[in-house]
Write a protein that binds this ligand. Structure first.
Ligand code: GLY
Length: 443
């Protein structure tokens, strides 16, 4: 199967790896990928295509006569890439712009949840600071303030500090048409459950847990995610089925009823509260870095599953098969992340880490830099010559994934890999996949 993969971050590297690793040998996957990520470029033919330009993505898909387009990040979906690909008659894994509103607008997601009878935190949508103050008074601390619009993982502030909550709200409202959703704090551990949907049928993947705070002990600012693990040995059996029955399927049905069927990946961000399962957020794409742990455990062909979703055939497709082994992902981030980041530093040790049993490294924010510095240039016949070195280019730089018979073994392997890799300014959490210490909604 020929697949065009849109996006070039850590999630897409994990998707590319899983598409190839799990493919049926009788139907291998040939990947066309977006240039810019050295890890992904090793796995397919890479091209410069603007992922936010629907016509450019269609042209790329047509010129390679692909069987399927898989859209990784939310921004191309919100830009209408899936609409254009579907209109061109090419199967697309990823929702239309209208269905992607489940992530693009927090207030829209709340409205759909209410209509579908899905349990979530009580919330107020605010467009003025007077409304913000009234909502903060009504709901009390800890305050949960969410940018209504897409914010690249930086839209949510959870804080006891009312002034910090107001400052975040004020920054969001300062934008044209800015709005914030202020909601009740949900107690209990968080779980990410990814559900594949063809618009009617919903298939859950295995649950994972993400560690969202920057520092050990769930301290520091929220990030896009500093690590993840799967399975969750503490999670009662049957939670995935319960989430499909009470959250994902009612939401997919409500989207179909509105004439905007949801095809793609519905990411259910959940809190296991003392009062039951509550939705924290929906996303309309695979989570990052949970995908790196979840897909490492997939034993059946990912391409077949995504193609079945894109073509309305999930009810006729075998359920995914999963390894009983565990996978742990540790994110190595640039200095300063999640604030302004310190980039451009050479990365060493990836080959050594990947030589370890049960360890591989996903590229999230890396690139090649040409150097003519004799200190790091390769020696040629007449002295040194300009050469390329791998450097950090983004906030989250690498995801080191360990796999093992249980969480402890997978975790030990991931951290053995982390210890071999270095770049100036690097930081990571040292408590990924620990529990019950990790069982805190502030993850
Ligand atoms: N890990 C959180 C997210 O992907 O949104």
């Amino acid at each position: 199967m020929k697949v065009l993969l849109v996006g070039n971050g850590g999630r897409e590297h994990a998707l590319a790896r899983a598409l190839i690793r799990t493919a049926d040998p009788a139907d291998p996957v040939e990947l066309i990928v977006q240039a810019g990520n050295p890890g992904i470029e090793d796995l397919g033919d890479s091209y410069v295509t603007d992922p936010l330009d629907p016509a450019a993505v269609v042209t790329r898909a047509r010129s390679h006569e692909v069987d399927l387009v898989v859209v990784g990040p939310e921004a191309p979906l919100v830009a209408g890439v899936a609409d254009a690909v579907i209109a061109a008659g090419i199967p697309c894994f990823g929702p239309t712009k209208a269905a992607a509103r489940l992530e693009a607008s927090k207030s829209f997601a709340k409205e759909v949840m209410e209509a579908a009878g899905v349990a979530t935190a009580r919330a107020f949508t605010c467009r003025t600071m007077d409304q913000v103050d009234a909502a903060l008074d009504e709901l009390g601390a800890p305050h949960v303030v969410k940018d209504d619009a897409l914010a690249a993982g930086k839209g949510v502030v959870v804080t006891e500090d009312r002034e910090a909550a107001r400052a975040h709200a004020e920054a969001c409202l300062a934008r044209e048409d800015g709005a914030v959703v202020i909601e009740d704090y949900l107690d209990g551990p968080e779980v990410s459950l990814f559900c594949v949907s063809d618009g009617v049928t919903v298939i859950p993947l295995v649950p994972a847990q993400d560690f969202k705070r920057a520092h050990d002990g769930n301290e520091g600012p929220n990030t896009g995610g500093m690590g993840a693990y799967s399975p969750l040995p503490w999670l009662p059996d049957g939670v995935a089925d319960e989430v499909v029955a009470t959250v994902a399927k009612p939401t997919v049905d409500e989207m179909a009823r509105r004439g905007t069927p949801f095809v793609g990946l519905l990411y259910c961000g959940l809190a296991m509260t003392s009062k039951g399962i509550r939705v924290v957020e929906f996303n309309v794409r695979f989570g990052d870095p949970e995908t790196q742990a979840v897909l490492e455990r997939l034993d059946s062909p990912l391409a077949e599953l995504l193609f079945a979703a894109a073509t309305g055939a999930l009810d006729r497709t075998p359920a995914p098969r999963w390894s009983k082994e565990a996978a742990v992902t540790v994110v190595m981030a640039s200095g300063g992340y999640p604030g302004p980041t310190d980039t451009g530093h050479e990365i060493t040790g990836i080959e050594e880490a990947e030589a370890l049993d049960g360890v591989h490294v996903i590229h999230a924010g890396t690139g090649m830099r040409i150097t003519d510095d004799p200190a790091d240039a390769a020696a040629g016949c007449c002295g040194f010559e300009p050469t390329e070195v791998l450097v950090n280019t983004g906030g989250r730089v690498l995801d080191v994934v360990g796999r093992g018979p249980d969480i402890e073994a997978a975790r030990a392997r991931a951290y053995e890999g982390v210890a071999l890799i270095s770049f100036a300014g690097e930081h990571h959490r040292s408590d990924i996949a620990t529990w019950p210490a990790g069982l805190d909604a502030k993850n």
